[in-house]
Design a protein around this ligand. Structure first.
Ligand code: GRF
Length: 256
């Protein structure tokens, strides 16, 4: 059987990327890294990719967004603002102008990213500290509800503390446990079907730094396990029974 091919998206230091590279090399991760992509040309993770001769993709989000603000960029020809706005709850409290700017500029960036990704074969997109929201424009081109193909790792026990600062939020709230969550990505903010979660104790003597360090160690292991389950075809996404508001959620069933 061909190994799972993953494209890893990063924005920063890339310790998760490094763990995936190391696990892949040691055979503990049943996957090969097809490319490493980033929104941030200065990401240290790119140096890690270089060291291991992995193909790199750079979509400079900040520069692209600036160019749009200066009237230089146009939305992709297949971008439909109404369609995207109708699908996602993101930015729903922002005023119309800000919300539209957000989704138009993200689509321009995502079109560039997708175009570069098309040069590689990949089965799954793995977000490893990718600090940009992927919108329905991107997600609909990569996956469907029948076949989720974008996975993320989040630094908290979802649905607690979505957003960018999971460890900081858990620590500042005075939680006695912190944790990480691997989930598929849907149109919401850190709201997709949960694949795996691991918790750790937050002790009175812990600092934010020590909480982050504990959390990251756990992330590397948890991501490996989740990816191996995916590679083995053991994750099924099913619709849950409607809740008391009549809303159906998608949840994962893991076979052992
Ligand atoms: C991790 O804590 C991850 O959960 C979050 O961003 C951080 C990335 O760390 N999404 P690194 O770049 O993998 O070291």
């Amino acid at each position: 059987m061909n190994p799972l091919k993953i494209g890893v998206l990063v924005s920063g230091g890339g310790t998760n990327l490094q763990a995936l590279i190391d696990f892949s090399l040691s055979g503990d991760l049943k996957a090969q890294i097809a490319f490493v992509a980033t929104d941030n040309p200065a990401a240290y993770a790119l140096q890690r990719a270089d060291r291991h001769k992995l193909p790199k993709i750079i979509t400079p989000y900040s520069a692209i967004i600036k160019a749009w603000d200066n009237g230089i960029q146009l939305p992709p020809h297949d971008f439909n603002l109404e369609d995207v706005l109708g699908k996602t709850p993101l930015m729903s409290t922002a005023d119309t102008e800000r919300r539209e700017r957000f989704f138009i500029t993200r689509a321009i960036c995502e079109a560039d990213l997708l175009q570069q990704m098309a040069a590689y074969e990949y089965d799954l997109v793995v977000l490893a500290g990718f600090m940009r929201t992927l919108t329905p424009y991107f997600l609909d081109k990569v996956q469907s509800k029948d076949r989720f193909r974008v996975m993320n790792i989040h630094p908290a026990l979802l649905p607690a503390f979505p957003g960018r600062n999971g460890y900081g939020d858990s620590f500042n709230f005075g939680c006695k446990v912190g944790g990480c969550t691997v989930h598929f990505v849907d149109y919401g903010a850190d709201s997709g079907p949960i694949i795996a979660q691991k918790a750790f104790d937050i002790e009175p003597e812990d600092s934010l730094d020590s909480v982050k360090a504990k959390g990251l160690q756990l992330e590397w292991q948890t991501y490996k396990k989740a990816l191996n389950l995916y590679a083995a075809g053991k994750i099924e996404v099913v619709a849950s029974a409607p809740d008391n508001l009549g809303k159906t959620r998608y949840v994962t069933k893991i076979s052992i």
